[in-house]
Design a protein around this ligand. Sequence first.
Ligand SMILES: [Fe+2]
Length: 240
Amino acid sequence: MIDFHTHILPGIDDGSKNSGMSIDMLQNLRDEGVTDVVLSSHFYASQNSVEKFLVHRSVSLEHLQAALDTDGRTLGLKLHLGAEILFMDSLDKVDGLEAMAIGGTKYILLEMPFTKWSSRNLDTVYKIKCNGFNVIIAHFERYLGFGNGENELDELQRMGCILQMNAEDFNGFFAKRKSVKFFETGRASLLGSDCHNLETRPPKIKHAYDAIGEKLGRGAVEKILSLGHKILENSRYLEV
Ligand SMILES: [Fe+2]
């Protein structure tokens, strides 16, 4: 399994607080059967420069690696460095976004505004696409309560954006049924845990893959994984 959305890197955002917690989070995902983890720390272009973020991310990764070395265990996971880039209207003009792309690929994880999107917002996404990026929309289901609906999602998909869902939205009978439907209709294509810690936003994703497999058959899970592996095909990853 692949987890496309995590906040596991220590001390860089509101996710993992320290390397010990990061190792526990990685181990939980590994125990669930995850093989590939995208490290998607928050990046806010309005508050932070790309350069500063990259330095911060490298330092965080060094801490994690040092802790793993000390620990002496091999987790058997591939880590793909990326970022969860928060949308802003001039994001298409920000230099250096390619350094945020997952594992040096052309795929970026984009967090859209938690408001009703304007046509200008969608134009910016289109311009980012035109700059040569493949855009993965982070947890698209979370924007639906803000007046965004079928039209906005249709438009993003027409542009070629890939829509990612959070595994936590598969918790509970009705939520699970609704979430599986998004995969059945071709709206959603990827899964992420969006884990931030071990308790309230935990590294759990297997239940979401399982729910899809149970309702739609193994082929539906294979489809998610095959797209995931295609995205990560040329990704530079770290083996831990
Ligand atoms: Fe996130």
